[in-house]
Ligand binder design. Structure first.
Ligand SMILES: [Zn+2]
Length: 309
């Protein structure tokens, strides 16, 4: 009788969830010869986890990560790292810019055919650049962190809904003489896109002293680029995932600018160690290691004493 990781450490449930999703994505990649190499890499992703003993929890010390862009485990580890780094840097930013505040912006464009996604994303990026160079933007916004999210378009099987989530660090004057109303954000984004329609824009001011709101905005900005349910859908035998993979090849899904330039590193610069700790701080433990192995048939991690150290 196997002993499962989550029996011993219920907090580690996300490991089962994300690794199980990875198994599904692997299967979808196996359907196409073009993507067999990704399937193989995901197959080898985080098969064995070795933990050290922290004060009151297990501390991940060793695992192999495949780094395939849409591997659900790797997506999750990157997101955890970005969030942790952002929460750490928040204090520094507050000290440096005590009177600045945060605005959470979501910018969308009309859904596109998935085969046009790459061009659409390039166009969005150029449009963002144009918008960020406008006088209104520069007057109010000191810096930004922007991520790209793509969901399945609800208007057809091979459609995409690309959008940006952005955290803007705004100057105090943003709330007085340099204020940008929601309708003005729509106008600015439409103009930057040179679109003949009014794009959907959501803007939320993060209330001062409401820490929960900022945490939520950070988590929303720094999550996956494609939600797990959209990746693992089996109905189309992976057709959407395959095209998505082609369209986004080597594209970066995170951007920073202004005074926040460089606060978060792009996906391809994140090291394996950082994916392990998902933090810039390393929690020390003694040398003992307790090992768990992923079991495909159970879609769960189980205790694997033969790998203990
Ligand atoms: Zn992976």
């Amino acid at each position: 009788m196997s002993q499962f990781l989550t029996d011993l450490a219920p907090k580690e449930t996300p490991w089962d969830t994300h690794r199980s999703n990875a198994q599904s994505v692997q299967m979808l990649y196996e359907y196409s010869e073009e993507f067999n190499k990704y399937a193989e890499r995901i197959n080898g992703c985080s098969g064995i986890l070795k933990f050290g003993f922290g004060e009151d929890k297990l501390v991940l010390k060793q695992a192999f990560f495949c780094r395939v862009r849409f591997c659900p485990v790797c997506q999750w580890r990157r997101s955890l790292l970005w969030r942790a780094v952002m929460f750490q840097k928040l204090e520094e930013i507050k000290t440096q810019y005590p009177t600045h505040r945060w605005v959470f912006l979501t910018l969308t464009v009309r859904n596109c055919d998935l085969v046009d996604l790459r061009d659409t994303l390039k166009d969005m990026n150029a449009s963002w650049k144009r918008m960020s160079e406008t006088v209104a933007f520069k007057k109010g916004v000191a810096g930004f962190i922007r991520t790209t999210e793509v969901t399945r378009g609800k208007d057809g099987d091979m459609r995409a809904h690309p959008h940006y989530h952005a955290l803007l660090l705004v100057k105090p004057s943003y709330f007085t003489k340099n204020y940008i109303k929601q309708s003005e954000w729509v106008e600015m984004w439409q103009k930057a896109l040179t679109a003949d329609y009014a794009p959907s824009v959501n803007v939320k001011t993060v209330k001062q002293f409401a820490e929960g709101q900022l945490d939520k905005a950070i988590c929303e900005t720094l999550k996956y680029s494609v939600k797990p349910d959209d990746l693992t859908l089996t109905r189309d035998s992976g057709a959407w995932l395959h095209e998505m993979t082609r369209q986004t090849f080597k594209m970066r899904f995170i951007a920073t600018g202004g005074v926040l330039k460089g606060v978060l590193k792009p996906d391809d610069e994140i090291t394996t160690d950082e994916m392990l700790t998902s933090s810039e701080e390393v929690e020390e433990t003694d040398e003992r290691r307790i090992a768990f192995q992923y079991h495909r048939e159970h879609r769960r991690y189980a205790y694997a004493p033969r790998f203990n150290e």
